[in-house]
Ligand binder design. Structure first.
Ligand SMILES: *Cc1c(COP(=O)(O)O)cnc(C)c1O
Length: 396
C-alpha cells in the first residue's frame, strides 16, 4: 500500500476513456458518453470482488461512513460505539448525522475490545462500529454476537482494510453495512473516493439517494427526479471511478505483494526476543498493509521507533499521533466546532470521550506499525527486514 506506488498503463487507459467522451459526471448525459459508465462498472466490480449485493460509490470514505449511518437511520440521540484508535473521520461521520460517538477501549487486536463495547452500551446505543485498523480485522465473532444479542446495528469501518477477509468473507460485508476509502494513502486509491456496501436493498437505495441530493434515480430525466428525502452531494466523479476500476482489478496482485513483503519482515522480527505481534482474529484474512508489533513497555517502544527512524525505516508510533489516537483529540472532547452543537450533544460527547482510557493506553503505548510497500522487491524487503530487526534489538 498505497496503490499509487504501481500506477501504470491500466489507470491511464481507463482515465483516457472518460476524457475521450468528456463526461466526467456519473449520472446523465447518456447520448454523449458512448456507453461509458465507470462508476457503475466499478460498483459492479466491487460487488463481485467483495461478494456484496449492493455497492454505492461516494466522494470519500468519510462520506461513505456518513451515508451508511444516514441510510441505517442513525441520528440525533443515537449512540455509536467506536474505538479510541482510528482515524478522526470515524467520529466526524457519526457527528455529521447528529449522533454521539461513544469511545471504547481497544485490545491487542488494535481494534474494539468486545468487553469494552459491552461496558459502553446504554439504552441509546444503536450501532457498534468496529474499525479494521491497519489492514486487519476486529473480533467480528464477539462483536457480531453482542449486536445480535442486543439488537444493535453493526457498521464496519473497513476504510483501511479493503481486500481483507474474515472467515472467507470480505471485511466490510459482514455487518449491516461497511465503508471503504480510496483516498491517496489506501491500498486501492483513486485520489479521493469511497464506497458503502450492504446486502440490504433498502439501505442501498437510501445510500444511492442520500449521496446525490436525495434523487430517486427512477426516471430517464434527472431534472424530473423526485426527492423523497433530503440528501447531500457525496458523488464520485467518473475520472476517480476510472482510476478505481483499474486499481480494483489489480487487487489480487497487490495483496500477494503485500503478503510476501510482510512475511519477510515478520519472520525477521520474530527472532527478536521481547517482541510480540498484533493479535489477528483470522490471520489468513490480513490484507498485510502494515506490520504491527508490541514492545514490553512504553519506554522501549519509543526507543525502538526512534531507532527504526534512524535506520531510514517508517515507524508509526500511534500513541503520540495527532490523527489516530484519543490522546490528541482535544478538539473532539472540547466540541471545538465552527458552527455550534446542540447542548445535549456537546455534553454527551464530553462525557463519553473525556474520561481516561487506561486499557487503550496500555496497548497503544507499546505498539508500533510499519507500512508494507508495494514497490519493494523481495530483496528490498529482506534488506529492510534486517534493518528492522537490528533497530528493534538495539532498543531492547
Ligand atoms: C481513511 C480513513 C477514513 C476516511 O476516508 P477518507 O476517504 O480519507 O475520507 C475513515 N476511517 C478510517 C479508519 C480511515 O483510515
Amino acid at each position: 500500500m498505497p496503490g499509487w506506488e504501481l500506477f501504470g498503463a491500466e489507470e491511464r487507459r481507463e482515465v483516457n476513456e472518460v476524457l475521450e467522451t468528456g463526461v466526467l459526471m456519473r449520472y446523465g448525459f447518456d447520448g454523449q458518453r458512448r456507453g461509458r459508465w465507470k462508476s457503475r462498472e466499478l460498483e459492479a466490480e466491487l460487488c463481485r470482488v467483495l461478494g456484496a449485493r449492493h455497492a454505492q460509490l461516494t466522494s470519500s470514505g468519510t462520506a461513505a461512513l456518513t451515508t451508511a449511518l444516514a441510510a441505517l437511520g442513525v441520528g440525533s440521540g443515537d449512540e455509536v460505539v467506536m474505538p479510541t484508535f482510528t482515524f478522526v473521520a470515524s467520529f466526524e461521520a457519526v457527528l455529521s448525522v447528529g449522533a454521539t460517538p461513544v469511545l471504547a477501549d481497544v485490545d491487542d487486536t488494535l481494534t474494539l475490545s468486545p468487553a469494552a463495547v459491552r461496558a459502553a452500551l446504554t439504552p441509546r446505543t444503536r450501532v457498534v462500529m468496529p474499525v479494521h485498523m491497519c489492514g486487519a480485522m476486529a473480533d467480528l465473532e464477539a462483536l457480531g454476537s453482542i449486536c445480535r444479542e442486543r439488537k444493535l446495528l453493526l457498521l464496519e469501518d473497513a476504510c483501511q482494510a479493503f481486500g481483507g477477509t474474515w472467515r472467507g468473507r470480505a471485511l466490510g460485508t459482514v455487518g449491516d453495512a461497511g465503508a471503504y476509502s480510496f483516498d491517496f494513502v489506501k491500498t486501492i486509491t483513486c485520489g479521493e473516493g469511497g464506497a458503502v456496501v450492504t446486502n440490504d436493498e433498502q439501505v442501498w437505495r437510501r445510500c444511492d439517494g442520500y449521496s446525490d441530493h436525495g434523487h430517486d434515480h427512477l426516471g430517464a430525466d434527472r431534472g424530473a427526479d423526485q426527492h423523497p428525502f433530503l440528501g447531500y452531494n457525496f458523488r464520485i466523479s467518473e475520472l476517480h471511478a476510472a482510476v478505481g476500476l483499474a486499481q480494483v482489478r489489480r487487487l489480487p496482485d497487490f495483496l500477494a505483494i503485500q503478503r510476501r513483503n510482510k512475511q519477510v519482515l515478520k519472520e525477521s522480527l520474530s527472532a527478536v526476543p521481547g517482541v510480540t505481534f498484533r493479535r489477528l482474529p483470522d490471520p489468513q484474512g490480513d490484507s498485510a498493509t502494515f506490520l504491527s508489533f508490541f514492545l514490553p513497555d512504553e519506554g522501549r517502544a519509543r526507543a525502538a521507533a526512534q531507532a527504526m527512524k534512524a535506520s531510514g525505516l517508517v515507524a508509526m508510533y500511534w500513541y503520540d499521533n495527532n490523527w489516530h489516537y484519543i490522546r490528541r483529540w482535544d478538539h473532539l472532547r472540547q466540541g471545538a466546532t465552527l458552527s455550534g452543537w446542540p447542548a445535549a450533544l456537546k455534553e454527551a460527547v464530553a462525557a463519553r470521550s473525556g474520561r481516561s482510557f487506561g486499557d487503550s493506553d496500555a496497548v497503544m503505548g507499546r505498539a508500533i506499525s510499519t507500512p508494507i510497500a508495494l514497490a519493494w522487491s523481495e530483496a528490498e524487503a529482506r534488506e529492510r527486514a534486517a534493518k528492522l530487526a537490528a533497530a528493534v534489538r538495539a532498543a531492547l
